[in-house]
Design a protein around this ligand. Sequence first.
Ligand SMILES: Cc1cc2nc3c(=O)[nH]c(=O)nc-3n(C[C@H](O)[C@H](O)[C@H](O)COP(=O)(O)O)c2cc1C
Length: 320
Amino acid sequence: MGNGWKNRITDILGCDYPIILGPMRLITLGSMAACISNAGGFGVIGASGLSREKLIEEIKLAQSLTNKPVGVNIPVYRPNAMEALEVSIDMGVKAIYTSAGDPAKLIDKIKYAGLKVIHKVSNLGMARKAEAAGVDAVVAMGYEAGGHIGREGITTFCLIPVLAQALNIPVIASGGIGDANGLLAALALGAEGVEIGTRFVATNECPVPTFFKESLCAAELTSTVVLGKEAMPMRVLKNTIVEQTAGTGEAKTDQVLAQQEKADALYVGEGGNKHTSVMPCGQVAGLINDVSSVSDVLSQMINGTKSILDILNRMTSGGR
Ligand SMILES: Cc1cc2nc3c(=O)[nH]c(=O)nc-3n(C[C@H](O)[C@H](O)[C@H](O)COP(=O)(O)O)c2cc1C
């Protein structure tokens, strides 16, 4: 796979390639984060839904499985955000990934401890605010992404160039990226890294039930739907439970939260099947046809850029 790439994101996060594991509540815990970091990307442990003790356990697990850096995602609006930050600092985590709230609430403590911070945004206003607060990079998430997404419906293809031009800090593209083409496209749009969620769910190592992975492989571009468009948008795979309980796109905040609880039950192994479980998922599922290892996904993505660049070089120099 080579010796790694070098840019502002690899410098900030200390990883070989600027490919980041999208935090996924109760899925991206210690083992998944370590696995991505060992394969050359940047692994992230999602603190959402974890007690103090469980977060400590998962950070310890990650540190026992890799000597590469991993980060912790802290949704700022959660009441235990400060506690999760203190645990992360005490345990020697190198970078904090804030989301769902104003990073200014945590930034002084993060910076005082000498950690790097990246923050998830879905529009220009949020990105400018995050930059002014002092974050080191933003993750810009487009509307095609899986899980909770922005209300404005801005797609990755349009969001990235605007943010890359407007900000001085680097931008990490998120939403719709699952292969070498997506990675190169994001870089061509001005991103300096990518964040990946859905593609990493369809891997051997991801701790979700097999039917979730099979559903991703069977999915087409039209297989996802956004719940709670006006309230708390969440992109999920269409199935019986989603269509029955929330309609298509009309769900209110409490209904979306109820769906989130059903998704949580799925990750902690409490039953369910492909009809009764809520499965957050991005449109990129329409491009996924197989479940493979994390290292295969990453190496195909990285090595695949070379042949695409050859084709582009030939084409732009007048050849075919
Ligand atoms: C199953 C699943 C669960 C997710 N859970 C969270 C979460 O808890 N917190 C969060 O910030 N983002 C969450 N996301 C979003 C991812 O972190 C990431 O931004 C997104 O998946 C990127 O888009 P992609 O799915 O097209 O790769 C989730 C995504 C998926 C697919």
